[in-house]
Design a protein around this ligand. Structure first.
Ligand code: AVJ
Length: 332
């Protein structure tokens, strides 16, 4: 059984137009990466997950399958799984199919800004049967509040997988982790999937693949702006570029203007003059050291109860328990 709730109007055209106006007129020009996931963008992202050079998804599914028994026993009795950014739903399906028999059903809450992703994921999960699925078409914060706010929800596990956290710069990342913590109670947990720093060559192949799928994923953002905001971007006049920013430990995706050009975006009320080789920064994917991950979750009020690493792909899953609130000092 699946129900879909749109939370707020986070994905409205008006907000998209306002974000496009705001971010494209900044220096450097940029666009929020969450807008990459329209129907085609979500399908292209699913294709990226199949690429031999993009190893996050495969590594994470292997880790989930291998450690599912420990996870289920650590979380037992679990009533609720809330996943932030579900993609095609395969990771959750891997976890649910490894659930020990004889346990009462869990409710699953899917939070995603992409209606297309929610549809694919709920279809994947429906095939498993026995799970009540609720979809929240929303950004992480609003969707999580909606999912965790319900009364008598029992013990909850939040899944934040695929290194989705890597799209946030350190201040927003810390704020998001603290927000997740604030929505949870002692006994609940967060399972965080994060990609580790690895050789530059591997990172660039993962984000600039020889088949051009990641390039299409990136360029599709311009096609979306054309369709939804009436713009006249010519995607052929832009090139996909991925760079490893070693100082900030992040892979950046950019769209590089191949020549000097003018672009009109009527619904955003702007006209841009782009110089040759000027770029639009569309995504950051931060990479971590295992110790960074422990530090950042502890700062947010979690404690690492287990950490499982895939040494080949250099990817790590961290099970983050919710610490009971500090005992108030009796004196004073
Ligand atoms: C889904 C955001 C985790 O940053 O690795 C894949 C998106 N971008 N290839 C990532 C993405 C380019 C992906 N996340």
């Amino acid at each position: 059984m699946t129900s879909v709730k749109a939370v707020g109007d986070d994905v409205s055209v008006a907000e998209f137009a306002e974000d496009v106006r705001h971010y494209l007129t900044q220096t450097p020009r940029q666009l929020p990466s969450r807008y990459l996931y329209d129907a085609l963008g979500s399908a292209l992202f699913d294709a990226i997950c199949e690429l031999p050079w993009y190893r996050i998804t495969g590594a994470e599914i292997r880790l989930l399958a291998r450690h599912a028994p420990s996870l289920w026993s650590a979380m037992s009795p679990l009533d609720r799984i809330i996943e932030l950014g579900v993609g095609d739903g395969r990771k959750l399906a891997a976890l649910l199919s490894a659930r020990p028999r004889g346990l009462p059903p869990v409710q699953v809450d899917l939070v995603d800004i992409s209606a297309a992703a929610l549809e694919t994921a709920s279809r994947t999960l429906a095939r498993l049967g026995g799970t009540r699925v609720v979809c929240h078409e929303a950004r992480y914060e609003a969707g999580l509040e909606d999912a965790s706010g319900e009364a008598a929800r029992g013990r909850a596990l939040v899944l934040f997988l695929g290194s989705n956290i890597g799209n946030f710069d350190p201040p927003s990342r810390d704020a998001l982790l603290r927000h997740i913590r604030a929505c949870l109670r002692p006994g609940d947990a967060l399972l965080l999937g994060a990609d580790l720093v690895k050789p530059e060559r591997d990172l660039l192949l993962a984000y600039d693949d020889p088949l051009g799928v990641t390039g299409a994923f990136n360029l599709n953002l311009l096609v979306r702006i054309n369709r939804e905001l009436g713009a006249d971007f010519d995607p052929a006049c832009f090139a996909h570029r991925a760079i490893w920013n070693v100082r900030d430990a992040r892979v950046e995706m950019h769209l590089v203007s191949k020549r000097r050009q003018m672009v009109r975006i009527p619904a955003a009320g702007i006209k841009l003059e782009l110089q040759a080789s000027e770029t639009i920064w569309t995504e950051s994917s931060y990479k971590y050291q295992p110790a960074d991950i422990v530090r950042m979750i502890e700062r947010a009020g979690f404690e690492a109860t287990a950490q499982w690493e895939d040494g080949r792909a250099r990817f790590v899953l961290t099970l983050c328990g919710v610490r009971a609130a500090a005992v108030q000092s009796a004196s004073k």
